[in-house]
Design a binder for this molecule. Structure first.
Ligand code: G16
Ligand code: MG
Length: 222
């Protein structure tokens, strides 16, 4: 069986992917740009600054903005976001996640968080899941964000676990690519057209089943 599970946060453990979207949408509107959920798929899993760059790239009039101004806008988005996550309680844990975490712990398997979000520790605290994690990788210490495998390999290196003994759970295309490039077993949560590269895919978190994941993991490792 696997030795380490690495979970993404936003869109896997809780629906903060929606809060990120709403916060970006609000900021974009302040800039006179409209973004939709389809475009938002590209923002999932990537850093705050990279997300801002993608939004600014939508409008030719917004090119060549000074770095200071970009930083101010990124901070503004984060203020919107922090306002939204204040409402988070343990009721916001997505279905299927608690039983999966419980099983992982019972099986003596390590559990890490590989989120690009600097707000991840605060969100885990609000959900009441902070103590369950053996490691939260600090995204500030990760040089290359998803789709680079670094955030996932860092977690495995911390415990000296071989990458082939790890399972990564993700809702973003960038995250699945990162897990695959790390040589880990990728579990995608979401629609097949976005996450087709996943080694195993479920339509939503309620379908995350420990035994099924391990079965697929073992088959892929044969
Ligand atoms: C998350 C979100 C991204 C967000 C990033 C940075 O990644 O999916 O949309 O841009 O974190 O978040 P923050 O601005 O809070 O630092 P993940 O890896 O948890 O899906
Ligand atoms: Mg995510």
């Amino acid at each position: 069986k696997p030795k380490l599970f690495i979970f993404d946060l936003d869109g896997v453990i809780t629906d903060t992917a929606e809060f990120h979207f709403l916060a970006w949408k609000q900021l974009a509107e302040e800039l006179g740009i409209t973004i939709d959920r389809r475009f938002n798929e590209e923002l999932k899993g990537i850093s705050r600054m990279e997300s801002l760059e993608k939004i600014l790239a939508l409008d030719p009039a917004l090119q060549g903005m000074p770095l200071e101004e970009k930083k101010r806008l990124a901070e503004k988005k984060n203020d919107h976001y922090k306002e939204l996550i204040r409402t988070i309680t343990p009721d916001h844990i997505l279905p299927g996640v608690e039983p999966l975490i419980k099983r992982i712990k019972e099986e003596g398997i390590l559990l890490a968080l590989g989120s690009a979000s600097k707000n991840a520790p605060a969100v885990l605290q609000r959900l009441g899941l902070y103590e369950d994690f053996d490691l939260i990788v600090d995204p500030a210490k990760v040089k290359k964000g998803k789709p680079d495998p670094e955030i996932f390999t860092k977690a495995a290196d911390h415990f000296r676990v071989p990458y082939s003994a790890c399972v990564g759970v993700e809702d973003s295309a960038a995250g699945i690519e990162a897990i695959n490039r790390a040589g880990m077993f990728s579990v995608g949560v979401g629609s097949a057209d976005v996450l087709s590269a996943s080694a195993y895919i479920v339509p939503d978190t309620s379908r995350l089943d420990f035994d099924r994941i391990v079965e697929k993991f073992n088959r892929a490792r044969e």
